[in-house]
Ligand binder design. Structure first.
Ligand SMILES: [Zn+2]
Length: 239
């Protein structure tokens, strides 16, 4: 898509901004990184943190227990923390605004498809105008993709089709910037960025409950994700 190179250049120029504001910085706890002889010249640029609006959904002790129970039933271990994410899963919400998505995720109620707790959620949402909202910390699991919630960060998009997202430059560029920033933070390769619809083909897929096994959703199909990953490769963040 046109405009990507321009945007990538803009993003790189903004680089080296301060540490991420939401914890998990590898250098936390001292040992400030020594200035190692000036800027690197040959490695791919680390992606800077894009502007993110914090809009955290309620995720208290009860929801954490529900998430841990879900993890026990579906992945085999009672755990609500997301340790080292291996994947970023892209979704579109079939919703017209970030507020609509927030309102769906905020209540901790059984999901409409399986009737299980905790309530579904994603970590981020990207609006049609490129606004990025953060709903859940990246070190906490969210229910957004059967078989992969133990290893995946979820990004929702305002819109009703993957074509909506791919054809709205502001939204697409914000989505790519967010995804690149997360990739760089967690060492996730481009192939680790998948669409919800690609979930069953992931090597990380794990589902112990036969009722859930083999189930996925239609959002962000392989053709759309090939285009999306192609854009990520053009940006060349983190190799
Ligand atoms: Zn989805």
């Amino acid at each position: 898509m046109s405009g990507v190179a321009l945007l990538a250049a803009t993003v790189v120029a903004l680089g080296a901004a301060g540490a991420p504001a939401d914890g998990g910085a590898p250098s936390a706890g001292g040992a400030a990184a020594p200035a190692a002889g000036g800027p690197a010249t040959s490695t791919a640029a680390a992606a800077p943190r894009p502007p993110i609006v914090k809009r955290l959904i309620p995720y208290g002790a009860k929801r954490k227990r529900d998430m841990a129970g879900y993890s026990k039933r579906h992945y085999g271990a009672y755990k609500w923390r997301l340790g080292a994410p291996k994947l970023i899963v892209e979704h579109y919400a079939v919703a017209g605004s970030i507020s609509a998505i927030y309102n769906t995720f905020a209540p901790n109620r059984p999901d409409v498809e399986y009737g299980e707790l905790p309530g579904v959620c994603s970590h981020f949402a990207v609006g049609a105008d490129g606004t990025i909202a953060k709903f859940v910390r990246t070190d906490v699991r969210c229910r957004h993709v059967v078989g992969l919630n133990h290893v995946a960060i979820g990004i929702e998009h305002v819109g009703f089709s993957d074509g909506d997202v791919l054809t709205r430059p502001a939204q697409l560029q914000a989505s790519l910037a967010l995804t690149d920033w997360l990739r760089c933070r967690f060492g996730i390769p481009v192939k680790g960025v998948i669409g919800h619809n690609e979930s069953l083909g992931s090597p990380f897929y794990r589902e112990l409950d036969p009722r859930f096994r083999g189930r996925t959703h239609g959002d962000f199909r392989p053709a759309a994700m090939r285009a999306y990953r192609g854009e990520l490769r053009t940006r060349a963040a983190c190799g």
